[in-house]
Design a protein. Structure first.
Length: 568
């Protein structure tokens, strides 16, 4: 506390010693310094220095809803950078609370379906519930598509026509409107991905019934092979690209030992979509396929004489029986015959073979090898001797290395490409591989912005802060100059004896200045010593006398004699 009191007393004396104009100027400068420091601290604490939700990107619809929630909550110290929102790190809680209160928090996958399934009204009918689930599914699919690379916004609509008659399956169609980022166009490889996603999420919907519309480009019709379809819808083009990518990937892996190798394959496919071969073979020698044998038996009987009376009398009732007369009997014979039948046919066999179509018919490969590779191969084969400078190959040696390595690479690649041609018209695979040496031009490294550019960018963003700092420093320097230029008035005459004593002491000190160091101390202007004593920054009168007595006792004695004489 004593230090603070003493400091305040010194400042008060200093301020009283200033002129009215200097006092006003010093006060204004001090106020400018305080305001500058306060602004700097406020800008540091309230500046936008963090991204909302860890830098998550938002769609245009989400940004619009968020800005509406911020405006409703009275939050305006944020900036929109691309698809992200930059805010102050210390105010993230306030911004999240505003989003929650305004219902503008970005949704995640599954939220729309959960809300539609868990929040039905008490009077919601089944048809209304189905429609709510349909809308929720459309929003979910649109959110998934928006998360794909390069897609800014997406809208999904689908419709399903219920069966109109018994036994007829329902018909479903869908359309997907996609807005890529900026003015870019939709990558064609993403079209089948989007179709498969939408078709898999909706029962009864086929990928061919999904139309993808690129707002920045064109429309991709659902029917494959149509004029509005993608190039990947053509089976020949899609299979050509697939075989080309596969062959090039295999060759790059095989030639990975060559730094900077370039591989390009040209693939021609067999245009048959599917091939089915049925082979029938017939043997001229017949074989029995059916044999049948039938046995037939024929029986004949021979009768004897008359068998009894005939006529009306014999039919009368109660007539006595009449025994036949004795005369001969009958005979019986049987005849058995066997009949055989046989069916013969020529033997044959049938083989059906189905072969996949759109297979590579002719594959040619072009390989580019950097010329630096041949130079490094020569250096590897001709290492430098320790202590000697590395050798450099001449044109002949380098040409020999290039020829040998080119042949080795070609032989290696020939074993990896599919066989071309057919049995009747074979093609030498070596003629389908071309190896070319090219000069490797080192591209300059793409360096970032220079120090001057970074400094100018930082200055453009922080010029107000730098200006305030400059103003504060200028104010401090001006305040210091005013203090240094203040004239020091003579010490007020409080005690006449003290003034006389000071004057006599000054005279005696000036007279004794030639005797030693004490004279140097006494030679200081009286006004400066008085000001130092008043401000507490210099030695007191007693301390000066003690030091003078220590360094020059005779001069001190003369001063004391003069003081005593004057007081007497």
């Amino acid at each position: 506390m004593d230090f603070l009191n003493k400091l305040l007393a010194q400042l008060s004396d200093l301020f009283k010693s200033l002129s009215p104009g200097a006092r006003m100027t010093a006060g204004l400068l001090l106020a400018a310094v305080v305001v500058s420091i306060g602004y700097l601290f406020n800008a540091q604490s309230a500046g936008a220095d963090a991204f909302l939700l860890n830098g998550q990107s938002f769609t245009t619809e989400e940004l619009t809803a968020m800005e509406g929630a911020f405006g409703k909550a009275g939050l305006g110290d944020y900036t929109v950078e691309g698809a992200r929102i930059k805010i102050s790190k210390s105010r993230q809680a306030a911004y999240l609370g505003a989003l929650a209160d305004g219902g503008a928090l970005p949704t995640s996958f599954g939220d729309h379906l959960s809300q539609a399934a868990n929040n039905p009204g008490p009077f919601t009918s089944r048809a209304q519930q189905e429609e709510m689930m349909k809308v929720a599914k459309q929003r979910e699919l649109a959110g998934i598509i928006r998360s794909m690379n390069g897609i800014e916004n997406a809208v999904v609509h689908y419709d399903m026509q219920k069966r109109s008659s018994f036994g007829q399956s329902p018909t479903a169609t869908a359309s997907v409107s996609v807005k890529p980022r900026g003015n870019l166009q939709l990558n064609e490889t993403q079209v089948p991905m989007i179709r498969s996603l939408v078709a898999s999420a909706i029962a009864g919907l086929s990928p061919e019934s999904v139309t993808v519309v690129d707002i920045n480009g064109r429309a991709y019709g659902g029917k494959s092979g149509g004029m509005g379809g993608s190039a990947l819808d053509d089976p020949y083009l899609s299979m050509t690209r697939a075989h080309k990518d596969l062959i090039e990937a295999n060759l790059r892996d095989a030639l990975a030992y060559v730094p900077g190798v370039a591989v390009t394959a040209n693939v021609e496919l067999d245009r048959e979509m599917m091939k089915s071969i049925i082979d029938h073979k017939v043997d001229p020698k017949t074989v029995t396929i059916k044999s049948d044998t039938t046995d037939n038996t024929l029986t004949s009987n021979t009768a004897a004489g008359a068998g009894g009376r005939v006529g009306l009398q014999a039919q009368q009732p109660n007539a006595p029986a009449t025994l036949p007369g004795g005369g001969g009997g009958g005979s019986s014979t049987e005849d058995t015959r066997a009949t055989a039948s046989q069916v013969n046919a020529a033997s044959h066999s049938s083989t059906e073979t189905k072969m996949a179509g759109l297979t590579p018919k002719r594959v040619s490969v072009a390989i580019g090898v950097p010329s630096d590779y041949f130079f490094k191969v020569w250096q590897t084969q001709n290492p430098a001797v320790d202590g000697q400078e590395a050798k450099k190959p001449d044109a002949t040696a380098l040409a020999a290395i290039e020829a040998a390595e080119t042949k080795r690479i070609k032989d290696h690649v020939v074993q990896l490409i599919p066989n071309s041609g057919d049995v009747n018209n074979p093609i030498d695979p070596a003629t389908l591989v071309t190896v070319t040496a090219f000069s490797h031009v080192a591209m300059p490294d793409v360096s970032g912005p220079s120090f001057m550019e970074q400094a100018m960018e930082w200055l453009a963003q922080s010029w107000s802060t730098v200006a305030l700092l400059g103003l504060g420093v200028f104010s401090l320097l001006m305040l210091k100059s005013f203090v240094a230029a203040v004239p020091v008035n003579a010490e007020p005459q409080i005690h006449s004896t003290t003034i006389h004593d000071d004057e006599d002491a000054s005279k005696e000190a000036a007279a004794a200045s030639s005797t030693g160091a004490a004279g140097d101390a006494a030679a200081k202007p009286k006004s400066q010593r008085t000001l130092h004593r008043r401000l507490g920054s210099g030695p007191s009168l007693r301390e000066e006398l003690i030091e003078m007595v220590r360094e020059d006792p005779e001069a001190a004695a003369n001063i004391l004699r003069s003081w005593i004489g004057n007081t007497a």
